[in-house]
Design a protein around this ligand. Structure first.
Ligand SMILES: Cc1ncc(COP(=O)(O)O)c(C=O)c1O
Length: 425
């Protein structure tokens, strides 16, 4: 089966094996830890968090810093969620206790119903695990599937934490460059993915809309990819954190809705961004029941259950008014237009593909320094936090990730500073 699909040789020059991601400053020193587990030796704190840390250090020194770094939307969770939680704290006698390992049955039923509606086929409550955010769901998925030396394909540039998760599972990241198309946007390179598949390929992570590129994958590309993956042993792990956040009336097609890929699909979803609930740490995992029962071993050994109060908050979010989500998208669309306008004003410095989803833009810059140097330059000389593209894999070099989740005034403030610095170059 694999052979007929043309297995690439590992020395294929098109495939870059990532063994060590660049880090800025926070890599743990192992001087006092001679026995540090191997799985951590090739793993870093994500470059996104590192830039947050460096920005906070500057602020602590009294410097004025504006951040396009971390992927936080500016809006809080809607009031009705807070009100529900206050009521539950007063009225639910067991709120301080653990829930069932797998999550509150009411919440799992709500998630199963939502999943059935969005995928278009039946979803059983037994296929749903409530997790502390989608990050946990992604990590559980990779820990459950990957043996040392197994390969995981990440369309590249990729979400940095996925690479760290693969590393901790002692797997190998296989970055497959996306096509940076100025008109269509970042696109999956399906023939290159096909070529990257080997007998060791365990999974591919499809993050759509994508962090860091703002890509919304083309439906035909996803269908073509599904044709290649169906019938193989490769799991499709979908990261659906930004599935609600699409601009210009584009369509976000979920590859998990292609039924022939099941049961080898794991969906990782989250309420973090959609409802402004990042700190509540709540999301869910959807997969076949047999795998889910095994994933429970990791969940049990890790956290026992997602926070009970956050599960209650999730019930309020998913069953309450949904208009607010539409407003969140409208507000972020204004931010997207604002950042694109400012990037357009600097054509000699930046070239970029307008994002179609999520709240990230991934411009290439026109300076002959690497992306860590560039991000540090903007931080230390302009007081602007961005994230160096190399943190998102080798194909991210010479780019910066800019988040436009904050506010139009932050975006303008950051670009006033960048323009001033650029004038001096
Ligand atoms: C692509 C992607 N996946 C997962 C996550 C983690 O989300 P959660 O808060 O649900 O753990 C993020 C957060 O920024 C993200 O950008």
């Amino acid at each position: 089966m694999y052979r007929s699909m043309g297995i690439p040789k590992r020395q294929d020059p098109q495939i870059k094996i990532v063994t060590n991601r660049s880090v800025l400053s926070t890599t743990g020193d192992s001087k006092y830890l001679p026995e540090l587990a191997k799985r951590l030796q090739n793993t870093s704190v994500s470059v996104i968090k590192e830039m947050m840390y460096l920005g906070a250090q500057e602020q602590a020194l009294g410097k004025s810093i504006v951040s396009l770094g971390v992927g936080l939307p500016f809006y809080p969770a809607p009031k009705h969620i807070h009100d529900h939680v206050k009521k539950i704290l007063d009225e639910k006698p067991d709120i301080d206790k653990y829930t069932l390992l797998i999550g509150l049955p009411t919440l799992r039923k709500i998630v199963a119903d939502i999943s059935r509606k969005s995928l278009g086929f039946p979803v059983s409550i037994d296929e749903i695990l409530i997790t502390p955010g989608s990050m946990a769901a992604l990590f559980y998925s990779l820990l459950a599937l990957v043996n040392p030396g197994d390969e995981v394909i990440l369309p590249s540039p990729y979400f940095s934490s996925n690479a760290e998760q693969v590393s901790i599972a002692e797997g190998i990241v296989i970055p497959v460059p996306m096509i940076e198309d100025k008109t269509v946007g970042f696109r999956l390179n399906v023939p290159a993915i096909k070529k990257a598949i080997s007998p060791k390929t365990k999974a591919i992570v499809i993050n759509n809309p994508q962090n860091p590129s703002g890509a919304v994958y083309v439906k035909e590309d996803l269908k073509e990819l599904a044709d290649i993956l169906a019938g193989t042993n490769i799991y499709v792990i979908t990261d659906e954190v930004y599935d609600y956040l699409i601009y210009d009336k584009s369509e976000c097609f979920n590859i998990a809705s292609i039924q022939k890929l099941w049961p080898k699909v794991i969906r990782c979803a989250s309420l973090s961004k959609k409802y402004g609930m990042m700190g509540w740490r709540i999301g869910y995992l959807h997969t076949n029941r047999d795998l889910l029962m095994n994933i429970l071993k990791i969940h049990d050994a890790n956290i026992v259950c997602a926070p009970h109060i956050s599960q209650e908050a999730a019930i309020a979010a998913l069953t309450g008014p949904q208009d607010i989500v539409k407003h969140h998208v409208e507000w972020l669309a204004e931010n997207r237009d604002a950042i694109c306008k400012r990037l357009d004003n600097l054509p000699d410095l930046f070239s970029y593909v307008p994002p179609k989803g999520a709240y990230y833009v991934f411009p290439k810059y026109n300076l002959n320094i690497n992306s860590i140097e560039m991000a540090k330059k903007l931080l230390y000389e302009a007081g602007v936090v961005t994230v160096p593209g190399i943190g998102f894999g080798p194909d991210g070099e010479y780019h910066l990730r800019m988040s436009f989740g904050s506010s139009v005034s932050d975006i303008n403030n950051a670009f006033d500073r960048i323009e001033k610095l650029w004038e001096k170059q």
